[in-house]
Design a protein around this ligand. Structure first.
Ligand code: TXA
Ligand code: MG
Length: 326
């Protein structure tokens, strides 16, 4: 595996149906030619991802949407115009060019225009769309640096296109539309419910419990996801939890702090997400914090729930899944 900043090297491999890790503003993706069955099947293999979990298609601009989707509703057009390039993935009726292999037999394709200069240049250069799930092994934490990708998949892929740390650091928000064209959020991500409602006020969260059997089901909503190997404990009050548990502590633990006043007791590793309690900064650093702490053989990692609004809602959703006991 090599690290490269040369899109021509990445393009040559992608044209030869190889998989390559690419940077985006959200997380690194494991990319392959969306129109090649051979290339797409390699993505599933490398990621050890079940074939029932569909892939996001990445296009270079909204002009390429007609190639991958057979119809784009008025509200879909409105959201695309507002948020692309950016961390919004739209679920739209697929075109004939997008195979069942990509969508896991769903009639909908997930599509977005990523906002990263290297990857946008690569997409324009290639002329075909790229499927790209997050470049981690199935159920592990999404990578936000080239080093995270190397740790996860370095022995399985020929090249990582190194675009630096991901600016947003959380996956894209996945949005579908109901029969009346009202947007439904299937996966919370870097674009918040509040931001979407600012553009289309009827936007709501897709209710998992109520719609357990409806389509399009998004496996990003699965309970166990993005989990570190070290157990993650999420608490209501971090300082309080530490004061109560420190005296009982038998092995080193990790703390993901959000501007908390944590005194570094012996055997505690502190990772500061944002000293000034800035949610954008904390979001961009959460996965790096999990990667860093996960490599230290700690007994557990502790973090406090965020206020449940804006990016705090997304962060809480990720924490819920990462801390799931399942
Ligand atoms: O930010 C992102 O979205 C990153 C970067 C690389 O673009 N990609 C990413 O891909 O997070 P992945 O595969 O890890 O997550 C894609 C999510 C999953 O929850 C998947 O189930 C859902 O999108 N999805 C993909 N295609 C779908 C489809 N046709 N119908 C419903 N959900 C779909
Ligand atoms: Mg993923």
């Amino acid at each position: 595996m090599i690290l490269s900043i040369d899109i021509n090297e990445a393009a040559a491999l992608l044209r030869a149906n190889e998989v390559v890790a690419i940077p985006t503003e959200t997380v690194y993706g494991l990319a392959a030619n969306a129109y090649s069955a051979e290339a797409v099947s390699k993505v599933y293999e490398v990621k050890e991802r079940p074939k029932t979990n569909p892939l996001i298609v990445h296009i270079g601009s909204v002009d390429q949407l007609a190639a991958v989707s057979s119809s784009v509703s008025p509200n879909a057009q409105k959201l695309a115009a507002h948020f692309w390039p950016g961390p919004l993935t739209l679920l739209l009726p697929k075109s004939a060019l997008i195979t069942d292999q990509v969508t896991a037999h769903s009639p909908y394709v997930a599509v977005r225009v990523p906002d990263h200069p290297l990857t946008l240049a690569l997409l324009h250069h290639l002329g075909f769309p790229l499927v790209a799930p997050s470049a981690n092994r199935y159920t592990s934490v999404s990578p936000t640096t080239a080093v995270h990708v190397a740790v996860n998949l370095g022995d399985r892929i020929p090249l990582i296109l190194d675009g630096g740390p991901c600016r947003k650091g959380l996956e894209s928000t996945v949005v579908g539309f109901d029969a009346d064209d009202h947007p439904k959020i299937y996966r919370l991500g870097a674009i918040t419910l509040e931001e979407l409602q600012g553009v289309i006020d009827s936007t709501t969260l897709f209710d998992e419990a109520e719609n357990a059997h409806s389509q399009p089901h998004s496996p990003g909503m699965e309970k166990k996801h993005y989990a570190p190997i070290t157990p993650l404990v999420v608490v209501d009050q971090l300082e309080h939890f530490l004061a109560e548990n420190m005296p009982l502590q038998i092995a080193p633990i990790g703390v993901l702090s959000f501007g908390h006043k944590v005194t570094a007791a012996k055997g505690t590793t502190i990772y500061e997400l944002s000293a000034h309690k800035n949610l954008e900064e904390a979001s961009s650093r959460l996965y790096d914090g999990l990667y860093q702490l996960d490599s230290k053989g700690l007994q557990f990692i502790v973090i406090e729930w965020f206020e449940n609004q804006r990016l705090g809602r997304t962060l809480n959703d990720k924490l819920k899944r990462a801390s799931s006991a399942l």
